[in-house]
Design a protein around this ligand. Structure first.
Ligand code: UDP
Ligand code: MG
Length: 322
């Protein structure tokens, strides 16, 4: 079994060497081959040159540099695309995840789970702007996806390769891999992991990410449930509403024609008109949603990142134009 550790980094110059050493030591003690893939997500500090030096000296390290900052999820996608191991481990690049937890994640994979996710039960981040929004987001995510985890946001996770091969990620979506995967019938489990305070550098995220996470959740939910036929969901509502409206109108027309009941002074007439219009609206909405779902599937071809260069040892780095 080969293990690939995927680490997105964005302006983490002070953390990388230490992280590399800690991770290397843990991997060395394992009874299998391994590689570390760093993705420099368009850093503006010296992150890339530190990575380059590490990749140059260690042939089990690959450093990928992005043309600009594409975000942590895109960086992970690139890592997945380049990873050659049967098991892939994702980790933050700021030393907040503890590489010492890797063997315990692998143990669960060996037990047969396809996805193992970390639970930062004692999270070392600020409460108001980081932990509180996460608590709320975690609740909403577990309601909507029906995948029950304590901590969706923890980057420290292990996946069997085949799980992520078929999932395309964008936005903030990496945290929903377990939810998307469980929709595919994949087994997952959660284990408690260590969480350490950030020692160097600053966090790249604030409350705005929680909002983006929730917006992405809507997309994921949409993909999981409505993806097949949105027109059927909205269309049904439209047909019911329009049908009731039409029936009311028909009844009133018959009463007017054959029983001489005047149409004026009938509040039901307004209701009938409203229901018919709501019906039309829903059917149109269903069509738009259908179009949207198709556009989504179409857009799968679009790359979510662009690579400037890939660095490996023995000066054999290659340029990429993707
Ligand atoms: N990161 C990234 N691209 C970004 C923002 C962050 O690759 O645009 C990396 C960052 O370097 C770190 C990880 O994602 O390795 C998590 O970021 P951070 O520590 O800022 O988030 P937090 O731990 O506070 O949730
Ligand atoms: Mg962090």
């Amino acid at each position: 079994m080969k293990i690939s550790v995927v680490i997105p980094v964005y302006n983490e110059e002070q953390n990388i060497s230490l992280l590399y050493q800690e991770t290397r030591e843990v991997l060395e003690r394992l009874d299998c081959s391994s590689e570390i893939i760093f993705i420099d997500d368009g850093s503006s500090d010296t992150t890339l040159s530190v990575l380059q030096a590490i990749a140059q000296a260690d042939d089990r390290v690959v450093a990928i540099s992005f043309r600009r900052n594409f975000g942590q999820t895109a960086a992970m996608s690139a890592g997945f695309d380049y990873a050659t191991g049967e098991v892939i481990i994702t980790m933050d690049g700021d030393l907040q995840n503890d590489p010492a937890d890797i063997p315990r994640l692998l143990q669960k994979i060996e037990e047969g789970y396809d996805v193992v996710t970390g639970w930062r039960f004692d999270r070392k981040d600020a409460f108001i702007n980081r932990r509180l929004p996460s608590i709320i987001a975690n609740k909403i995510i577990s309601w909507t996806t029906r995948v029950s985890l304590h901590d969706y946001g923890c980057t420290l996770k292990a996946f069997r390769r085949e799980v992520i091969k078929n999932i395309r990620l964008y936005g903030e979506m990496h945290r929903f891999i377990p939810a998307i995967a469980s929709g595919m019938g994949i087994s997952y489990t959660e284990i408690k992991v260590n969480h350490r305070p950030r020692r160097f550098g600053t966090t790249k995220y604030g409350i705005s990410r929680t909002i983006r996470v929730i917006l992405d959740l809507i997309t994921v939910k949409f993909l999981l449930s409505f993806a097949t036929r949105p027109i059927q969901v909205f269309g049904l509502l439209g047909v019911v509403s329009g049908g009731v409206g039409f029936l009311l109108a028909l009844i009133m027309t018959i009463q007017r024609q054959f029983f001489d009941m005047p149409l004026a002074d009938r509040p039901l007439l307004l209701l009938a008109v409203v229901l018919i219009f709501i019906g039309i609206q829903f059917i149109s909405l269903g069509l738009i949603a259908e179009l949207q779902a198709r556009t989504y599937h179409e857009s799968q071809q679009k790359p979510v990142y662009h690579i400037r260069e890939v660095f490996r040892s023995s000066a054999s780095h290659s340029s990429e134009s993707s």
